[in-house]
Design a protein around this ligand. Structure first.
Ligand code: FNR
Length: 339
C-alpha cells in the first residue's frame, strides 16, 4: 500500500513516465580545460541557503516509510546535508516537532482547506516557529485519480496521525484511517480541501504573512516564486512534464521571481539540465521517501549526498565551476525528440 502510494500516479501514469523521459530529450555538451579543482554547488533562494540547487519536495505522510522517524528524520537528514526541507500539510509530524529538528531552512507547504481559520492558524504558527517560506499547492483542489490507492483502500496505519489536520474538529485524521471504501486520502481531500479556490486567495494570504509565498504557478498576484510541477504525475494524467513548459514559463516570468521545477529528478545531470533550461532550483521527491524507508535519517542523508556528489562531478566534467556557469550552451537537444 505504501509503495504504491509513493511510487504511483494518476490513471495511465503517462505523466509519471514523461517526467523521467523528459531528461533524455537533452544531451550535455561539456566545456574542456577549465580549472575544476574546486567546484561550488552552493545555492541560495529567498535567503534560503542550500549545499546544492535542490530542496526536498513537500510529500505527505513520511510515517509510512519510517513510522518512528517520520518527517522529523527527513528534516534532520536534510539539515545534515545543508538542504532545505518542505513540510507537507498532510504530514505525520507536527509543526512543533519540525521546529525542533534544528534545520533552519524549512518551508511550509499549504493545502488550502475550506476552514480558513485553520489555514490562518497554520500560517501564523509556521511563521512563529521560524519556517522561512510558504509553498501553496494549487493543483490539488481535487485529488488525482490514483487507481492503485483506491484498489488498496489506502489508509493511514494505526499509530500515525495527520498532526496538522488535528487543528480541525471534524476528525479528518480518522477519515484518512477509516474510509469505508476507496482511498482514505481521497475521502479526506473531498471533505476538507477547498475546491472553490481561486487566485483571490493569494492576496488574502499576503495580508496575513510576511513570509515569501511560492506557488507550486503568478506573478501578478504578488507571489515571490513559482514551482513548475505536475505533482510527480499524481494529479492530471497527461499533464506535460516540467521541462517541456519550463522555457515558456521562464520567458514569461522574465526574471521577476525565481522559477523552480520538479518531477523525475534522479541524477546530478538532471539537475544540470533543469538549471540550463532556466530553472532557479529543483525539488526532489520520491528518492527522499525511498531513502527514508530503507535507512531512516541515514538513508535520506545518503540519497542527498549521492545527488550532491553527482551534481559536483557532472559540473566538473562539463567544465562548470559554479552554478553561474550552467546555461543553455550546455544543452544539445536530441535530434527528433521534438525539442
Ligand atoms: C507528493 N507531492 C506533494 N506535493 C505537495 O504539494 N503536497 C503534498 O503533500 C505532496 N505529497 C506527495 C506525496 C508523495 C508520496 C509524492 C511522491 C509526491 C508532490 C511532490 O511535492 C513533488 O511535486 C513530486 O514528488 C516531484 O516529483 P518526483 O521527484 O517524485 O518525481
Amino acid at each position: 500500500m505504501a509503495y504504491d502510494y509513493y511510487s504511483g500516479g494518476a490513471e495511465t501514469m503517462t505523466t509519471v513516465a514523461l517526467n523521467r523521459a523528459a531528461f533524455s530529450r537533452y544531451l550535455l555538451l561539456p566545456r574542456m580545460l577549465r580549472d575544476v579543482s574546486r567546484v561550488d554547488t552552493s545555492h541560495e533562494l529567498f535567503g534560503i541557503r542550500s549545499s546544492m540547487p535542490v530542496w526536498v519536495a513537500p510529500m505527505a505522510m513520511h510515517g509510512l516509510a519510517d513510522p518512528v522517524g517520520r518527517e522529523v528524520a527527513t528534516c534532520r537528514a536534510a539539515a545534515a546535508c545543508g538542504v532545505p526541507f518542505t513540510f507537507s500539510t498532510v504530514a505525520t509530524s507536527s509543526l512543533e516537532e519540525i521546529e525542533g529538528t534544528g534545520n533552519a531552512n524549512r518551508i511550509f507547504q499549504l493545502y488550502v482547506i475550506r476552514n480558513r481559520d485553520v489555514v490562518r492558524r497554520w500560517v501564523t504558527e509556521a511563521e512563529a516557529r521560524g519556517f522561512r517560506a510558504l509553498m501553496v499547492t494549487v493543483d490539488a483542489q481535487r485529488l488525482g485519480n490514483r487507481e492503485a490507492d483506491a484498489r488498496n483502500k489506502f489508509k493511514l496505519p494505526p499509530g500515525l496521525a495527520l498532526r496538522n489536520l488535528e487543528y480541525l474538529s471534524s476528525g479528518s485524521t480518522a477519515q484518512a484511517r477509516d474510509a469505508a471504501d476507496g482511498s482514505g486520502l481521497m475521502a479526506l481531500f473531498a471533505s476538507e480541501v477547498d475546491d472553490s479556490l481561486t487566485w483571490e486567495f493569494i492576496p488574502w494570504l499576503r495580508s496575513i504573512t510576511r513570509l515569501p509565498i511560492i506557488v507550486k504557478l503568478a506573478v501578478q498576484y504578488g507571489v515571490d516564486g513559482i514551482v513548475v510541477s505536475n505533482h510527480g504525475g499524481r494529479q492530471l494524467d497527461f499533464a506535460p512534464d516540467g521541462l517541456a513548459v519550463l522555457p515558456g514559463v521562464v520567458a514569461a516570468v522574465a526574471g521577476r521571481v525565481p522559477v523552480l521545477v520538479d518531477g523525475g529528478v534522479r541524477r546530478g545531470t538532471d539537475v544540470l539540465k533543469a538549471l540550463a533550461l532556466g530553472a532557479s532550483g529543483v525539488l526532489l521527491g520520491r528518492p527522499v521517501l525511498y531513502g527514508l524507508a530503507l535507512g531512516g535519517q541515514a538513508g535520506v542523508e545518503r540519497v542527498l549526498r549521492l545527488l550532491r556528489n553527482e551534481i559536483e562531478l557532472a559540473m566538473a566534467l562539463a567544465g562548470c565551476v559554479s552554478l553561474k556557469d550552467v546555461g543553455l550552451h550546455l544543452l544539445l537537444p536530441v535530434p527528433g525528440s521534438g525539442v
